[in-house]
Design a protein around this ligand. Structure first.
Ligand SMILES: NC(=O)c1ccc[n+]([C@@H]2O[C@H](COP(=O)([O-])OP(=O)(O)OC[C@H]3O[C@@H](n4cnc5c(N)ncnc54)[C@H](OP(=O)(O)O)[C@@H]3O)[C@@H](O)[C@H]2O)c1
Length: 246
């Protein structure tokens, strides 16, 4: 039986991953910020076969509470076989430009809190010498864009920090998976124009579940073809890229 910690458990992608673990009878600690949403996810996963040993309320703006989250989860589950860090916030960048403090707050939600969670996890996983951590970053972290300036900057930080943690934990036999979705049809993207490139949270979750359970790869583009799209995007000269509004 897998012991699974999901941070951001109410996210559409995380809930779909949670359902796949629930179907296998996993024991879970679920972390979310909105009590009524988290309670609904707990009930849903329990009816699908999970044992939810504990649910924790945590707001990523209180990133300094991250060690508490990890300590509570470890106490509740004993060992952590699987950790998924899934919370995130995609603000409308045009509303943030006049408010420096809101840009910084979004950075804390999307990046500082993830760095704090991973930092608190490192000694736990070093001691266990086993386990897998999946961190949902984004293709948006690969290149700064006007419409997603702070979100992209935060995801770039998450991707880089996660790679550092992967290197650190590798000798301890702990896997760290960086997950880079493209557009996924979730509440986060409800305000964006629909594109044919959009994936369903269920399809993305199946791929994440497989990567968590199979021991490869280190970096997961999902759907896979975003790896090719981003290879092209990275090649565009900045003089061209700064003119593109995507
Ligand atoms: N959707 C996409 O196209 C896409 C693409 C690339 C990467 N991602 C990443 O995928 C992950 C999951 O997102 P999603 O698409 O499943 O979106 P979602 O359904 O809107 O979920 C967002 C999650 O983040 C939580 N959250 C937001 N602000 C928070 C805060 N201050 N403190 C704690 N939790 C907070 C939300 O909690 P509440 O439910 O309480 O609001 C919710 O659980 C995120 O890391 C996102 O950046 C998404």
């Amino acid at each position: 039986m897998r012991r699974v910690l999901i941070v951001g458990a109410t996210s559409a992608i995380a809930q779909a991953v949670g359902r796949l673990y629930a179907a296998k009878g996993a024991s879970m600690v679920l972390v979310g910020r909105t009590p009524e949403k988290l309670d609904a996810v707990v009930a849903d996963l329990q009816t699908r076969g999970a044992t939810v040993v504990c649910s924790l309320f945590w707001d990523a703006r209180q990133w300094d509470q991250s060690p508490w989250v990890i300590a509570e989860a470890q106490q509740a589950l004993g060992e952590l076989d699987v950790v998924l860090i899934a919370h995130g916030s995609l603000p409308r960048q045009e509303e943030l430009w006049p408010h420096p403090e809101r840009n910084v707050e979004e950075f804390h939600i999307n990046a500082t809190s993830v760095i704090a969670l991973l930092s608190a996890l490192v000694p736990v996983l070093e001691a266990q010498r086993r386990g897998v951590v999946g961190v949902i970053s984004s293709v948006a972290g690969e290149r700064g864009r006007a419409q997603m300036a702070v979100y992209g900057a935060a995801k770039a930080a998450v991707t880089a920090f996660t790679a550092g943690v992967r290197g650190h934990l590798f000798p301890f036999g702990v896997r760290v998976l960086t997950i880079k979705p493209g557009y996924v049809d979730t509440p986060m993207t409800a305000h964006l124009p629909k594109t044919p490139l959009v994936a369903s949270p269920q399809a993305v979750a199946r791929r994440i579940y497989r990567a968590l359970e199979q021991g490869k790869p280190d970096i997961l583009y999902v759907p896979w073809w975003w790896r090719c799209v981003m290879a092209v995007v990275r090649l565009l000269p900045e003089t061209t890229f700064k003119r593109i509004r995507i």
